[in-house]
Design a binder for this molecule. Structure first.
Ligand code: ATP
Length: 412
């Protein structure tokens, strides 16, 4: 059971829009056991769309199309599909009812242009669009299924999750597929791969393993497919337990967990609070922490002390310490963490100071040098990191590794 995704749109091909739809749809199909054979991006012209359909249908039983379903002249997907399958556009009552209820909910009248959107290829099934007027289209042609969806991501995504995945599950005899993600921080992909090489070699053949590194976090995905979901889940869980015994200290969570959420839960369940002092991350750590719902329970304060003066004035860092060791140093990071913790009357202080770049580096402290400190009521811990030359990546890595250092202090 193989699928193709066709993303339609000139704006993708000229680099104005990133084709995130295909990426997202691929993940959704994969999660229900459908293999993606190909992703095609094509211009919104009849000849190109037709060629893409021809190509996809030679290999795949499911073809998912996104883009060009809107009401304007440049949206030609519906017309091309109608011509391709020789199914004329006809009024579709179900699609019209969707459009009417969409406008009713907004207290608006259906315009003639919108009414035209209820014309769909004959003998298709309309797929409800709760955030727009362009219905999705499901066409069964012999053994193959063709689905067309809008390009606008917030219209397409609920259409897939609410309507299409259940329809695909009903239509195809899909295997059970289970993925388990184990999340690592504080270790790079290649070091982790070394530690897990024997584990990987000993995996049962039915379980596949993949490394998915991104922004300082490495996700290790274990996947298996078959017919009995309980058996599959048990065999994956057994491997996760084995993995935990090999690299326990780097694992911070599973599946959809985020590191800030994990740290937040730890603080909340121990009735502890946190204050943060940020230099090179400019507030990004506070942003990550406050992105978790319920963070007000444990997060009390954040100070962005970018200049030396701010570090002195707001965090009480001794100017002589800055003068002697430099703003990017263990001593200053520790003084910042201590300062923000005392000032905010928090149980823990987390501070970062570093050279994000691209300028500002020296031979002794090149761009990417970062000091992180974590203080508790009677403990102070500092660690140096050496990241790379890219500013945004340094900011993200500092934040993630800073929060991870706090996690390690908390679980100790
Ligand atoms: P509309 O009713 O807005 O015309 P549509 O189904 O015709 O919807 P398009 O015109 O193809 O969709 O795209 C509308 C917008 O959706 C694009 O400008 C772009 O922002 C986004 N979009 C389209 N295709 C993709 C894609 N493959 N990945 C991410 N975003 C996309």
């Amino acid at each position: 059971m193989k699928a193709a995704i066709i993303a339609i749109g000139d704006e993708i091909l000229i680099g104005k829009t990133l084709d995130t739809n295909s990426n997202w749809i691929a993940g959704q199909l994969d999660s229900i056991g459908i293999d993606i054979d190909q992703i095609i991006v094509t211009r919104d012209e009849e000849q190109y769309i037709t060629e893409a359909l021809d190509r996809a249908r030679t290999e795949c039983r499911l073809i998912m199309i996104t883009g060009g379903l809107g009401p304007t002249n440049d949206d030609i997907t519906k017309k091309v599909i109608s011509a391709y399958f020789g199914r004329p556009l006809v009024f579709n009552q179900k699609a019209y009812d969707h459009i009417t209820s969409y406008f009713c909910a907004k207290g608006k009248e259906v315009t003639p242009t919108n009414k035209l959107q209820s014309e769909l290829p004959e003998n298709c099934i309309p797929i409800k669009n709760i955030f727009g007027t362009a219905s999705g289209i499901w066409i069964a042609d012999k053994e193959q299924i063709f689905v067309a969806m809008p390009g606008v991501p917030f219209e397409m995504k609920p259409m897939v999750t609410n309507e299409l995945l259940p329809m695909l599950n009903d239509h195809f005899d899909l295997p059970v597929i289970i993925h388990k993600h184990v999340l690592f921080a504080g270790i790079g992909e290649s070091f982790l791969a070394d530690k897990l090489s024997e584990f990987e070699a000993e995996l049962p053949p039915a379980i596949k393993m993949a490394y998915l590194p991104s922004n300082g976090i490495v996700k290790v995905r274990l996947s298996s497919r078959g017919e009995d979901s309980q058996l599959i889940a048990e065999s994956i869980d057994a491997q996760v337990t084995k993995m935990q015994s090999i690299v326990p200290k780097y694992i911070f969570g599973y599946d959809e967990d985020t590191i800030s959420e994990v740290v937040g839960k730890h603080l909340a369940s121990n009735d502890k609070t946190l204050a943060v002092a940020e230099s090179c991350t400019g507030g990004y750590i506070a942003h990550l922490i406050t992105s978790s719902p319920g963070s007000s329970e444990y997060f009390v304060d954040s100070i962005i002390a970018y200049s030396n003066e701010a570090k002195e004035e707001w965090l009480g860092v001794d100017p002589e310490v800055i003068e002697k060791y430099g703003a990017v140093s263990e001593e200053v990071a520790k003084a910042m963490a201590q300062g923000v913790m005392i000032r905010s009357n928090a149980d823990y202080g987390l501070a970062v100071t570093g050279i994000a770049g691209p300028s500002g580096g020296t031979e002794e402290k090149p761009v990417g040098t970062v000091w992180v400190a974590v203080t508790g009521k009677d403990s102070v811990y500092g660690k140096r990191f050496m990241f790379g030359n890219e500013r945004m990546s340094n900011i993200v890595l500092t934040a993630v590794n800073g929060i991870n250092l706090l996690r390690k202090v908390l679980i100790r």
